[in-house]
Design a protein. Structure first.
Length: 446
């Protein structure tokens, strides 16, 4: 009871902070919109009746959708350290709303070829600015000793909002259009996402223009939002130079380097699991022709994973008061390794539901720890670049996971070998992170 009361008290204090509450609102609205939008994308790319989705096709789709994240990420970070982050949140959400309207037209018109995917890639690229900006802004709206709580509540709640958006989009699609809806029926679902992006943009206006940095809160930026008018070639060179400075900054701060490395590894093995879950839902648990049942199973698994995110937000602040943050992260990854094997190897829907819940808890708990370590270890003027490195590591790892899945997974997703690989990977990451952090601590004390 005391720990529950302590958590509730800290949470209330955090949510009473106007800056955090406003930033939190922008995150929730935008990521709820992301979830709604992903229903339309998943329905078209992975669960369209005319497509026989195998491991290679699924992996290729993930690679195409995620590669821009890694390409845009470094540029997003450098610009976030030069532009006012509030303005970035405002204009990127407005741009996402405009691109969503373009997607509505493309889907309704049946124009779902290359122009459709170009629109999707542009939206995902803008998403890098939004998520990196939200992460880099957290230390500007909370006290240092509240970072663990903030990193529990904000990203986790955003992930849960995205899962809720997936559920809302799926239920809306089924209830309004039924199981025999044509592709054009996805247009209104995308329109709902458009409205949510507009809400996120409007909510960002409640935040002071200079509140989120970079720099001081005294309005030192230029009248054009802090954008320096320089030639494109010079800007590109500055981006590269800035990335090199960011890399040196991370390399000089070993706690952040260890944390980012562990997070990239975790993302890789989580990516393998997610692709396997898509294939199992599409081609193994149900008749491949029954795409609605497959999409429903995947939505259920993602919902359970979202519940794991919420549990991580509740447990991590409590656990990290009893032990080191890094120890808690290692324990979570060890639990993930065990559950992937038992009951994962049963290859049933209930077994995969257990795996989804525990992996949601483990991966989100790990992310909370890593976010906090990075916030504590890097300087404010570098945070945008560091969190963009973070995004690059996240998504490059997922692209690598997609390539591995294409090689190792059958079309049904059922593979004992891949589960052994995933479990071994989680276990090795847990041991490596725990040993590395504690060895460095011992060296510093000697």
């Amino acid at each position: 009871m005391p720990t529950t009361t302590g958590f509730s008290s800290e949470l209330r204090i955090l949510l009473r902070r106007p800056g955090f509450r406003r930033l939190f609102g922008v995150r929730i609205a935008g990521q709820f919109g992301d979830g709604v939008l992903q229903v339309a994308l998943a329905s078209y790319v992975f669960f369209s009746p005319e497509r026989q989705t195998g491991a290679a096709a699924t992996a290729a789709a993930f690679a195409v959708l995620l590669l821009p994240y890694s390409v845009i990420g470094p540029f997003a970070g450098v610009l976030l350290d030069r532009w006012q982050r509030r303005q970035v949140l405002l204009f990127t959400n407005l741009c996402r709303a405009a691109l969503s309207l373009a997607m509505v037209w493309q889907v309704t018109d049946g124009n779902v070829g290359p122009p459709f995917f170009i629109t999707v890639l542009a939206m995902l690229s803008l998403n890098r600015f939004v998520l990196a900006g939200l992460s880099a802004s957290v230390p500007r709206v909370v006290e240092r000793d509240e970072l663990v709580m903030a990193n529990s509540v904000a990203p986790t709640s955003g992930a849960v909002a995205m899962i809720a958006g997936v559920g809302a989009g799926y239920l809306t699609q089924r209830w309004l259009f039924g199981s025999d809806a044509e592709e054009s029926a996805e247009g209104p679902i995308v329109l709902l996402a458009t409205l949510l992006y507009l809400v996120a943009a409007l909510l960002s206006l409640r935040i002071g223009r200079t509140t989120l940095g970079p720099g001081g809160d005294d309005g030192e930026g230029s009248g054009d939002g802090g954008v320096e008018r320089i030639p494109v070639t010079l800007a590109a060179r500055q981006v590269v130079d800035g990335m090199a400075e960011g890399a040196r900054h991370i390399a000089a701060r070993k706690p952040a380097l260890w944390a980012l490395t562990a997070m990239a590894s975790t993302r890789f093995f989580y990516g393998l699991t997610l692709i396997a879950a898509i294939l199992l839902s599409r081609n193994y648990f149900h008749d491949p022709a029954d795409v609605d049942a497959g999409l429903g199973t995947l939505a259920m698994l993602l919902g359970i994973s979202g519940a794991g995110f919420m549990v991580a937000a509740l447990l991590t602040p409590v656990a990290t008061r009893q032990m080191r943050k890094e120890t808690w992260a290692a324990l979570l990854l060890a639990a993930a390794a065990v559950v992937v094997l038992v009951p994962g190897t049963l290859f049933t829907v209930p077994a995969m539901a257990v795996v989804a819940g525990v992996l949601g808890l483990a991966t989100q708990g790990m992310k909370i720890v890593v976010d906090t370590v990075v916030h504590e270890s890097v300087d404010d003027e570098y945070r945008g670049r560091v969190f963009s490195f973070y995004d690059v590591a996240f998504n490059a790892s997922f692209v690598l996971a997609a390539g591995a899945a294409a090689l190792l997974l059958p079309a049904t997703g059922q593979s004992y070998l891949i589960l052994v690989v995933i479990a071994t990977g989680f276990a090795a990451t847990a041991v490596g992170y725990h040993v590395g952090v504690h060895r460095r601590a011992a060296e510093r004390m000697s």
